[in-house]
Ligand binder design. Structure first.
Ligand SMILES: Cc1cc2nc3c(=O)[nH]c(=O)nc-3n(C[C@H](O)[C@H](O)[C@H](O)COP(=O)(O)OP(=O)(O)OC[C@H]3O[C@@H](n4cnc5c(N)ncnc54)[C@H](O)[C@@H]3O)c2cc1C
Length: 228
């Protein structure tokens, strides 16, 4: 799934399923998944059990499913993403191979966006005109060109990659794999799809959400209903 100007989210693999979550929960009573539809003694079927567990935060069964994503995103997005400590990450470091010349340039529309619900985002209180926004986007793109020139010059002059990378901007795209169980992916989505999350990580969270929804439709539908 393409995200921003050069980014993507790719589902590498997932494990478990909505049914497996029920099985994990029934381990305690020696049972398994029976049916999402009503059956004897269970007027709401196993859909009722899934809902009960979700609404009452019986969270451990949701740890018996999960997914690995490959992500290309600007470094400043990774900086926010990596705060989610219970995910496992493996990232391109630019120590062993130069990072490709891919940099995030916001669209003029994005430049003109207000901070939304985030109090932090609109700190200057200034309103850009269309022309100022265009000028800012051009300025960012031109700065990236200058930086790339400097970066390549350092590498050509024999500066080690691990030091040449010092000049790279946080708008440079990097690549990583991120792995977590479903419980933790949903905790990530709760924070990063929220209106006060920065737009650039929110669009990645939306992509993760949509791919999880394909693999775990019933659990993600419960998540989409809101609390807890
Ligand atoms: C809108 C927004 C704005 C933010 N702004 C800033 C900012 O300005 N500056 C900044 O530094 N960060 C900021 N953050 C990051 C935020 O403080 C969290 O670090 C980040 O959201 C990860 O959340 P988490 O700790 O729940 O996730 P994880 O690290 O994945 O942890 C998941 C859960 O495990 C438990 N846990 C994990 N580690 C510990 C621990 N050491 N002790 C106790 N419990 C633990 C907690 O229950 C936690 O909720 C912001 C986050 C958001 C969403």
């Amino acid at each position: 799934m393409n995200v921003l100007d050069h980014g993507f989210v790719n589902l590498v693999e997932s494990w478990g399923s909505d049914e497996r979550i029920i099985e994990a929960a029934r381990q305690s009573v020696g049972g398994g998944f029976v049916s999402w539809a009503p059956y004897e003694g269970h007027p709401k079927g196993d859909a009722g059990l899934l809902r009960y567990m979700w609404e009452h935060e019986h969270a451990t069964p949701f740890e018996f499913a999960g997914a690995v994503f490959e992500v290309r995103a600007p470094i400043f997005v990774f900086r926010e993403w990596h705060r989610h400590r219970v995910q496992a990450f493996s990232e391109a470091s630019a120590r062993y191979a130069p990072l490709p010349d891919l940099n995030y340039v916001p669209t003029v529309e994005r430049m003109l966006q207000k901070g939304g619900a985030s109090r932090q985002a609109g700190s200057t209180g200034a309103t850009l005109t269309q022309r100022q926004a265009e000028f800012a986007c051009e300025g960012i793109a031109n700065t990236y060109k200058d930086i790339q020139y400097e970066y390549e010059g350092l590498l050509e002059n024999g500066v080690p990659k691990e030091l040449a990378r010092l000049v790279l901007p946080v708008g440079r795209y990097s690549q990583m794999r991120a792995s977590a169980n479903l419980r933790n992916w949903l905790a990530f989505l709760k924070l990063r799809q929220a209106p006060n999350a920065q737009h650039e990580i929110r669009v990645y969270a939306n992509a993760v959400h949509d791919m999880l929804a394909e693999k775990f439709p019933r659990t993600v539908a419960l998540f989409d209903e809101g609390a807890p």
